[in-house]
Design a protein around this ligand. Structure first.
Ligand code: GDP
Length: 207
């Protein structure tokens, strides 16, 4: 398992051209603003500074890369949830995001964060649809699970997953409950990330 608490800020990229070399493996985090993305990245890396990086003015529209080790990265896609920007900037962002999803070879999976108390929003469903078309798996992190009792939280998880199955998306999306405050679901998240971030040694691949 990578040591998530060694994550260090690498760079902010305004477009695909400025991303670090497309080698090794990376997993990107997305979510509408207030979904709990910064808190989740904070809980995972135990580094409050990292999550704040993406809220620094000027970095809100970019891809922010955090390095775990020389071959593995976490990526924060802050612009996805950023509401207070013009339509022109939103369109520009969408183009960059689509290009990133379609062309980034080292992108192994997406962590989509959404509040467990709400149904998935059009933005979330659009995003899952893009990922589905680009053939990239999505792991849904239903955040703020501590705000519901266990029964209702589980039933919301089941309802959301059943809705995705009805849309034919069950092979693209997995899901779990999560709470940054209580740290519930943290091990399950780490297991998913570790699976995606496994780097295949080219020498072994040839055998
Ligand atoms: P972001 O905009 O997606 O990065 O969201 P933040 O991580 O900044 O969280 C938005 C708000 O929700 C903040 O007030 C957080 O304290 C709160 N929050 C985030 N995660 C949790 C959680 O797991 N439980 C509870 N109770 N509150 C949370």
């Amino acid at each position: 398992m990578p040591s998530f608490d060694r994550a260090a800020f690498l760079l902010s990229a305004p477009s695909l051209k400025q991303c670090p070399p497309d080698l090794g493996a990376e997993v990107a985090f997305v979510g509408r603003s207030n979904a709990g993305k910064s808190s989740a990245i904070n809980a995972l890396t135990r580094n409050g500074k990292l999550a704040r990086t993406s809220k620094t003015p000027g970095r809100t529209q970019l891809l922010n890369f955090f390095e775990l080790d020389s071959e593995r990265r976490l990526v924060d896609l802050p612009g996805y949830g950023y509401a207070k920007v013009s339509e022109r900037i939103k369109l520009e962002w969408q183009e960059n995001l689509t290009q990133y999803l379609e062309e980034r070879a080292s992108l192994r999976g997406l962590i989509l964060l959404a509040d467990v108390r709400l149904p998935l929003q059009p933005f979330d469903l659009n995003f899952i649809d893009w990922a589905h078309q680009a053939g990239i798996p999505v792991h849904l992190l239903l955040t703020k699970a501590d705000k519901l009792k266990r029964g209702p939280a589980n039933s919301n998880l089941l309802k959301i997953m059943a809705g995705l199955k009805n849309l034919g998306l069950e092979e693209t999306v997995t899901g779990q409950l999560f709470s940054s405050t209580k740290k519930t679901g943290l091990e399950e998240l780490k297991t998913q990330l570790t699976e995606w971030l496994e780097v295949i040694n080219p020498d072994q691949e040839e055998d």
